[in-house]
Design a protein around this ligand. Sequence first.
Ligand SMILES: NC(=O)c1ccc[n+]([C@@H]2O[C@H](COP(=O)([O-])OP(=O)(O)OC[C@H]3O[C@@H](n4cnc5c(N)ncnc54)[C@H](OP(=O)(O)O)[C@@H]3O)[C@@H](O)[C@H]2O)c1
Length: 257
Amino acid sequence: MSRVAIVTGASSGIGRALAFELARRGWWLGLCARRGDELERIRREIESATAGARVETSALDVTDTARVREAIPELASRLGKVDLLVANAGVGGERFAGDDRFAVDEGIIRTNLLGAMATVDAGVRLFRASGGGQIVGVTSVAGFRGLPGHGAYSASKAALAVYLEAVRAEVEPGGITVTTLAPGYIDTPINNHMKSRPFLVSAEQGAARAADLIERGVRTATVPVFPWNAIGVLMRSLPDFVWYRVMRTQVAPRPRE
Ligand SMILES: NC(=O)c1ccc[n+]([C@@H]2O[C@H](COP(=O)([O-])OP(=O)(O)OC[C@H]3O[C@@H](n4cnc5c(N)ncnc54)[C@H](OP(=O)(O)O)[C@@H]3O)[C@@H](O)[C@H]2O)c1
């Protein structure tokens, strides 16, 4: 009997690569993203490349949190018992505090935090009813400290990590595992415009490492584990005067508007 995973943000990047990786490992899949046509293309590709694969798709905007609550169980009912739900959908975006594009920050928080929380919430309801399962939240090393120019993104991921920690304490005794994965730089459209992407790995490599960690049922990990686990410790422990100097020289401030 195949294990079954639902993955949000599966039309591109890490989510798409994770779908292919999980299918190769024998998982059946429920794939969500806003671009339903892209999901259908991925479904056809996976089903023709992988014997025994089964893929269902659902066009879903996670910022419509009421819809998330309905769509996840609908998708689950098409697949049978679901074992894994990956809250991966997310957006990037650069903005400096005080400029006139506050909507960018709002969009990031709606998607990366509220959308992910709604997905996790739907997962808890699903797994409480079915007797257990695993929820994965995709955060970021950018959530370890505030990155200038990416304040909303860092805040969304830090908040999601803390939310997942709280949910884990609530649901673990009921047989629900909560895994927090914090990727470093993985080569996807979210960051391929950036000048510097240290320790970059391909989406396929990132997805393979993420799948290993998911199947091991870890509570929290960076992806890949090394070197980002060590960098994470360093990021958190650097004294403020070093942190601000590094950040100010890495990200040039914009001219005043
Ligand atoms: N790549 C990295 O280096 C890196 C590092 C740390 C964390 N992450 C996190 O990893 C996750 C995946 O990112 P990625 O790098 O794979 O970026 P990506 O290639 O841009 O993929 C983002 C995915 O999220 C979906 N999405 C965006 N907004 C959505 C919404 N409102 N509702 C439903 N789906 C939505 C997109 O699909 P549609 O456009 O079709 O909706 C797409 O499938 C994100 O949470 C990101 O923050 C990535």
